[in-house]
Write a protein that binds this ligand. Structure first.
Ligand code: KG4
Ligand code: ZN
Length: 342
């Protein structure tokens, strides 16, 4: 079964054809980074305009790369939440139009769930697992008994992990997107130069929640203090020390969850999962078996959308033409949220 996936939640316009949920026949991603760089963040109006300019071209390219055409498609899948509403609209309208004119099913996909699915292309994963989704907009810790069944353990109380990287990078003048820029700068620095707060929140209700705004402010204050006094501090040391605090906390939380729940298989997904320090500390922890997506599939792409859609189709989860984009995460766990801890 060949599914065309469409992804326009934020600042990547992507289309991909995936066969039977596993075989990626094409994967086209048009990133908009160059259009947002001067603002050091995504400008929603620019994002939606750019999506509408390139969506047809991106879809045509995906068909061509797969050696396919519209007639060979069996279904259309699209990320319809969460994301920027104007950006989502472009993908959802394109998907509805194709579904209607080709007379094939439409499958609406949760972008966060699709990130989790991205790990399946290069790993054989036995369930249940603990899932950590770390992206520009979300930080979620979950358990999953199978694809489509999730329980939320925790999420961020303020900034998302990727958002903290982006904001700190902006403040340090390292450019956009901030994650890769911080990682690059951190490689030249000493991660023990500053003791930035690794915010672990060990209370009953926050054991699995995250908080990044205190760390972000600590880094910004550190930088300002030096600027005011005219110190010639090394940005690379600040970047490395921030990266250490921002990533160590992820392992702490996952280890707590693994011990409390008794699951040691960990799936890490989302743009921030591309970070090599995160990959390193998780892989080095021999108490855990950690799975990461192929680096090409960590950031927003449509292969994860088309791949997950195959499972939704098999489970009978088909959408209709009333499908509406939603900016917020509608649901991933059907209202389930567990509280563990003392
Ligand atoms: O999953 P994604 O492409 O988009 C969202 O769904 O948000 O994630 C983008 C986020 C950005 O915040 C970006 O700075 C971050 O992922 N990111 C990284 C790295 N590469 C991308 N953060 C840390 N280290 C990286 N190497
Ligand atoms: Zn994403």
């Amino acid at each position: 079964m060949n599914i065309l996936g469409i992804e326009t939640t934020c600042d990547e316009t992507a289309a991909s054809i995936v066969k039977d949920g596993t075989q990626i026949l094409s994967n086209i991603v048009a990133t908009q980074h160059e259009f947002h760089r001067e603002y050091a963040g995504v400008v929603p109006e620019i994002a939606s305009r750019r999506h509408s300019e390139v969506i047809n071209y991106v879809i045509e390219k995906a068909l061509k790369q797969a050696g396919s055409d519209f007639k060979k498609l069996d279904a259309i899948a699209v990320s319809y939440h969460p994301g920027l509403i104007g950006s989502l609209l472009v993908g959802v309208i394109a998907a509805k139009t194709l579904s209607y004119t080709l007379g094939i099913p439409l499958i609406g996909i949760n972008h966060i769930e699709a990130h989790l699915y991205s790990v399946h292309f290069n790993n054989d994963i036995e369930y249940p697992v603990i899932g950590l989704i770390i992206s520009g907009g979300h930080t979620l810790l979950i358990t999953s008994d199978e694809i489509g069944e999730y329980t939320i353990l925790g999420s961020t109380l303020d900034d998302a992990a990727g958002e903290a990287f982006d904001k700190v990078a902006k403040h340090l003048g390292l450019g956009y997107p901030g994650g890769p820029a911080i990682e690059y700068e951190a490689k030249k620095g000493n991660e023990n130069a500053y003791g930035f707060p690794c915010v672990t929140l060990n209370g009953k209700f926050d054991r699995y929640n995250f908080s990044y705004s205190g760390l972000k402010n600590a880094v910004i204050n550190q930088r300002n203090r030096f600027l005011n006094k005219g110190f010639d501090e090394k940005i690379s040391n600040i970047a490395a020390s921030f990266q250490k605090a921002a990533t160590d906390v992820l392992l702490v939380k996952v280890r707590w969850a693994a011990e409390d729940i008794g699951i040691n298989r960990i799936v890490v997904a989302g743009g921030v999962a591309n970070n090599s320090r995160i990959r390193g500390i998780f892989k080095n922890d021999k108490t855990l078996t950690s799975y990461f997506p192929d680096p090409a599939l960590t950031q927003d792409n449509a292969a994860m959308v088309a791949g997950l859609a195959y499972h939704k189709y098999i489970q009978g989860e088909i959408s209709d033409l009333e499908l509406e984009p939603k900016s917020r995460l509608e649901e991933i766990a059907k209202g389930k949220r567990k509280v563990y801890g003392s």
